[in-house]
Design a protein around this ligand. Structure first.
Ligand SMILES: C[S@@+](CC[C@H](N)C(=O)[O-])C[C@H]1O[C@@H](n2cnc3c(N)ncnc32)[C@H](O)[C@@H]1O
Ligand code: SF4
Ligand code: SF4
Length: 347
């Protein structure tokens, strides 16, 4: 699956800590007032861990790190800035970070923007609505804080994209959010239709207030042509980011990109991990088939390249794909049920 003679990419969940409670996030327990599910261990990497666990020669082979993950927000990791500074300044690694943007203060965000200025790196701010709607999904997020943080980050000189998950409650604000993204200096605006709604289009959860609330699927489709703010003209270009492929075509193998969770476990991708909370575990299936112990895939116990060249990845997974035995792989990298999104360049 992974090629040690080629450059690597990492999808890294640097922490499982978060400051907000999005109901459809796997960290959120929707029958327990949106508190964190019991699997959360509040783990994170510190700069010392990175220096100790990633050999210099390995870091030289990394071209890009996507800081996202299943259970946390990278900007909640205590030394996230220091870790990125170390990776960018010493190894010239391109950084992407996905965040709700509602933590820390503008000085921290400005410093981060300056670190990433004039590089290929960028942040994705996940802001699903405007002042009166963003918190209906991003429960606990503070609108004013997000706005001042984003302003500071962009003023620092880095690239930023605004990702906007569409719900029935925020679909009427799409054009306004798009115009605001343009005025604030975002680089892209990315409206997204979530694949996480069950059949029927309603997702019920117990809100921290004690009320039962229904999230409702958007009733509009993503407009392919959104007017360029203030011009009356459509955007010149957009990129559709939904593909179809009837066979299993492992995205991690083709990108030489592995997933590292906040406790140090390596797995092929964020969909196939040993901490599946809301879906059956294909990682566990592969481990059982190969007769392996999960703790041998933790970088705190073994070297990274020893793990990446283990026969679990070189033999077991490819064999399971051939026999079409991994439901998640079929769903994610075979016939698709992905989020549908369109990336609009803001000029
Ligand atoms: C667990 S989050 C980690 C990163 C960060 N905390 C964030 O929210 O951007 C992983 C990804 O899931 C996305 N996500 C959250 N709720 C979603 C939903 N209902 N549908 C599709 N994607 C969702 C987030 O926006 C983020 O890109
Ligand atoms: S901000 Fe990200 S990690 Fe936090 S609850 Fe929302 S989706 Fe989950
Ligand atoms: S879902 Fe399966 S096939 Fe797709 S990237 Fe993950 S491991 Fe590879």
């Amino acid at each position: 699956m992974f090629k040690i003679n080629q450059k690597y990419k990492i999808h890294w969940e640097i922490t499982d800590i978060c400051n907000v409670k999005c109901p459809m996030c796997p960290r959120t327990d929707i029958v327990n007032y949106c508190r964190a599910v019991k699997e959360i261990e509040t783990t994170q990497f510190f700069l010392d861990d990175v220096k100790r666990l990633f050999p210099d020669k390995f870091l030289e082979k990394i071209t890009r790190i996507d800081f996202c993950g299943n259970f946390g927000d990278p900007c909640m990791a205590q030394e996230f800035y220091e870790i990125c500074e170390f990776l960018v300044k010493n190894y010239n690694i391109t950084i992407m970070a996905s965040t709700n943007g509602s933590m820390r203060n503008p000085a921290w965000w400005k410093k981060f923007g300056e670190l990433l200025a004039d590089t290929e790196s960028w942040f994705e701010f996940h802001i699903d609505g405007l002042r009166d709607t963003n918190h209906l999904y991003r429960i606990g997020a503070n609108w004013d804080k997000i706005m001042e943080n984003v302003e500071a980050f962009i003023a620092g000189g880095a690239q930023a994209d605004w990702h906007y998950i569409l719900f029935k409650h925020n679909q009427h604000q799409l054009a306004e959010a798009h115009a605001l993204a343009h005025d604030m200096g975002f680089d892209h605006f990315v409206p997204t239709l979530s694949s996480r709604f069950p059949h029927g289009g309603k997702y019920r959860f117990l809100h921290p207030s004690g009320d039962m609330v229904d999230l409702e699927r958007a009733t509009i489709s993503i407009p392919h042509k959104i007017e360029k703010p203030g011009t009356g003209q459509p955007h010149k270009s957009h990129t559709s980011v939904a593909e179809k492929d009837p066979n299993i075509n492992c995205k991690s193998a083709s990108k030489n990109r592995f997933f590292l969770d906040s406790r140090g476990y390596i797995s092929p991708c964020c969909w196939v991990t040993n901490r599946d909370v809301k879906r059956p575990g294909d990682m566990l299936k592969a481990l059982t088939k190969a007769g392996k112990d999960i703790d041998d895939y933790n970088i705190r116990n073994k070297s990274i390249e020893e793990i990446l060249t283990d026969d679990l990845f070189t033999e077991t997974f490819p064999a399971l794909w051939l026999s079409d035995d991994l439901a998640t792989c079929r769903k994610k990298c075979g016939d698709k049920r992905l989020n549908y999104k369109v990336k609009l360049r803001l000029e």
